[in-house]
Design a binder for this molecule. Structure first.
Ligand SMILES: [Mg+2]
Length: 310
């Protein structure tokens, strides 16, 4: 096993509201594989928002690893508690959106997941901070934040990709792009109308790679700003982003940074790791503490995109 103390049990933190029926079969598979491998497994099923953080805090000194069975929201909650500790997190692709699990190429097969507990590699992942709150994946400011804000108002239980349709549709037609002033590492880099993203990983929803070149362990976060006055510009930006060529466009800012400030002409909402975040102004930096992740031994092969290999 790859943990610092092999005598400690592995904890399995389950969000019962994530995933679908077929995923429960995989969960049974993990239990069976752990029994076979003689791994002591302690399970905890979350009951409310914030519960995963509370539970993870309570086991920080008593776990060799924490398997998270849920979506990105559950992983973020666990990471809040385990950042700066020696307990690695294994984020399973078990929710609606699993950006971190996909970025780290975590398999969904129970046998391979248990193999990761035994033989996986521990890496240290940067943690971002926005207005003092930790985040792991990506922040969206403006349009994106408005979509998540609208979704949170209409939300009733489990979220699917379809849940985003009406919030995106309405925001598309009604959104007024804010005037943003963005300062990165002490230098003003943007002063115009638009929308901004800050990523610790490259993946964004529906397979887009907005922060295309983001690396999770380089001590930097990636800023992407789309200059946008009207709705039709958004369509062009989306098309270039699908092709992963948007950093090459003249009206797109793409740069890594350590410290960032985003100010707007009025308070605008943000989304942080898929949840409602603070309104602007935002102060964003890299947190001093990192979080440990259990990942497969090596990345394999070339991807379809020659200008961004994976
Ligand atoms: Mg980075």
């Amino acid at each position: 096993m790859t943990s610092t103390d092999k005598s400690l049990p592995v904890h399995l933190i389950i969000n019962p509201h994530s995933g679908h029926g077929g995923r429960k079969r995989l969960l049974s598979g993990i239990r069976a594989q752990c029994r076979r491998a003689d791994i002591e497994l302690i399970e905890h099923t979350t009951t409310a928002p914030g519960d995963a953080t509370e539970y993870a805090s309570s086991i920080a000194a008593q776990a060799s690893a924490a398997i998270v069975w849920g979506g990105d929201g559950t992983v973020s909650e666990v990471a809040q508690a385990l950042a700066g500790t020696d307990v690695p997190i294994l984020p399973c692709p078990a929710g609606t959106e699993n950006l971190l699990a996909h970025e780290m190429r975590i398999p969904s097969d129970p046998h391979k997941i248990v193999d990761l507990i035994k033989f996986g590699r521990i890496v240290e992942c940067d943690v971002g901070r926005v207005n003092g709150r930790n985040f792991l994946l990506i922040i969206g400011v403006g349009f994106d934040g408005e979509v998540v804000r609208r979704l949170s108002i209409s939300r009733t239980g489990h979220i699917s990709h379809l849940s985003y349709f009406w919030p995106i549709w309405r925001t598309f037609w009604e959104h007024d792009f804010p005037h943003m002033k963005i300062t990165a590492d002490g230098k003003e880099v943007f002063d115009d109308f638009g929308m901004a993203f800050v990523g610790n990983i490259s993946r964004y929803a529906v397979g887009l790679r907005i922060c295309r070149d983001a690396v999770y362990d380089d001590g930097l976060l990636d800023l992407v700003v789309f200059s946008c006055h009207r709705q039709h510009a958004l369509v062009f930006h989306a098309a270039w982003t699908l092709l992963r060529l948007h950093p090459l466009k003249g009206n797109v800012i793409y740069r890594p940074f350590r410290n960032l400030r985003i100010e707007t002409d009025r308070p605008v909402p943000s989304q942080v790791d898929g949840d409602v975040g603070p309104n602007t102004p935002l102060d964003i930096d890299v947190a001093p503490e990192r979080v440990k992740l259990l990942v497969p031994e090596s990345r394999n092969g070339w991807g379809f995109w020659p200008w961004k290999g994976n």
